[in-house]
Design a protein around this ligand. Structure first.
Ligand code: TYM
Length: 331
């Protein structure tokens, strides 16, 4: 049986990924690489929608690749590459922009949120066309599955719509991919604001656990996490979003079910529970941070891995681009 194809991407907008990225997406990326033909990219072009110092973007692109390898992405199994090193992404994005409605793109909630936050002055056109570039990232590789967190669901829907529209108009070129979203981990919340998702662009980092945080910082963030006035450690997303978030994190990392964790902590206080969750997170992240630092001390080695990856990615992407160009009549 031929392997299924998987593709996903992550933005290098910060020095460190966070626990939401790790549990919602990256842990799945690692699990999927064994039995699938996996393509994972650091989407540096998408990161240009946020104003960043050029040197910092360079550093963060490498840091992102290092973190992915440290988490367990094996460049021998997966094709790990940087988006900008595969020009077909931009080339196909233009074709897609010409078959995407202005209204359709305007309905993307991430665009609406980000443009509202930034105001008209700071909203660039790249932010508006962002999901169309994402559709190109995906469809170039003809994947069956796209492992992502809940916040990307609408972008994957748009990607499917674009692929279907293209195929209908110009003949079948694209496979229609499915989002792969693990419900219980798809929206890890901010520890200070448990009804909001953990996000790289949070106004305060007090509720955001970064993969490269020190153990002391992680413990402090968990200890001061916002819960409720009740005393019971019980999963109830509506009434107890903070405790439910901690239960999800514990369960994902300990491998125990939420029910098992609930009964383990029955009658115990929130303080004890927070410390245990912190400890599990610290033990998971410590080796990842160590390995990331080791990889960053050999930048040439890292660049070589990414070059190999982009060569492989270019082969697949350029053949899909050629088929798409042919279909629309570009000679
Ligand atoms: P990005 O860089 O914001 O996030 C990377 C991945 O992490 C997931 N994620 C979360 N999951 C659970 N809980 C959270 N609090 C949380 N925060 C983030 C995201 O859903 C994502 O899977 N547009 C994409 C990048 C992208 C992409 C692609 C993804 C560009 N091209 C092609 C897939 C396929 C983004 O901004 O992800």
């Amino acid at each position: 049986m031929s392997k299924k194809r998987v593709l996903s991407g992550i933005q290098p907008t910060h020095d460190s990924f966070h626990l939401g990225n790790y549990l919602g997406a990256l842990k799945q990326w690692v699990a999927l690489q064994d039995d699938n033909d996996a393509y994972y990219c650091v989407v540096d072009l998408h990161a240009l929608t946020v104003e960043t110092d050029p040197k910092l973007l360079q550093k963060r692109t490498l840091l992102s690749a290092a973190q992915l390898i440290a988490i367990g992405i094996d460049p021998g199994k997966s094709t790990l590459f940087v988006q900008s090193q595969v020009p077909a992404h931009n080339q196909l994005a233009w074709v897609f922009e010409c078959i995407t409605g202005f209204g359709e793109a305007s309905r993307m909630t991430q665009f609406k949120d980000k443009s509202q936050k930034g105001g008209a002055e700071r909203t660039n056109v790249g932010l508006f066309t962002y999901p169309i570039l994402q559709a190109a990232d995906i469809l170039l590789y003809q994947p069956d599955f796209v492992p992502v967190g809940e916040d990307q669901r609408q972008h994957i829907e748009l990607t499917r719509d674009i692929a279907e529209r293209f195929n209908k108009k110009f003949g079948k070129v694209f496979n229609i991919p499915q989002a792969q979203i693990i419900k219980s981990l798809a929206k890890i919340s901010d520890l200070q604001e448990p009804t909001a998702k953990m996000s790289k662009s949070a106004t305060s980092m007090a509720g955001v656990i970064e993969i490269l945080d020190t153990p002391e910082a992680i413990l402090k963030k968990f200890k001061s996490s916002v819960t409720d006035d009740d005393k019971e450690i019980r999963f109830d997303e509506k009434l107890k979003p903070g405790i439910s978030n901690l239960l999800s994190i514990h369960s994902a990392l300990s491998g125990k079910s939420v029910k098992e964790v609930e009964s383990e902590f029955s009658g115990k206080g929130y303080g004890d529970f927070k410390s245990v969750v912190a400890e599990i997170v610290i033990e998971t992240l410590k080796p990842i941070a160590r390995r990331t630092n080791e990889l960053m001390s050999d930048k040439d080695g890292l660049i070589k891995i990414l070059q190999d990856g982009s060569e492989r990615a270019n082969q697949v992407a350029s053949s899909t681009l050629k088929a798409a160009y042919n279909a629309v009549g570009i000679i």
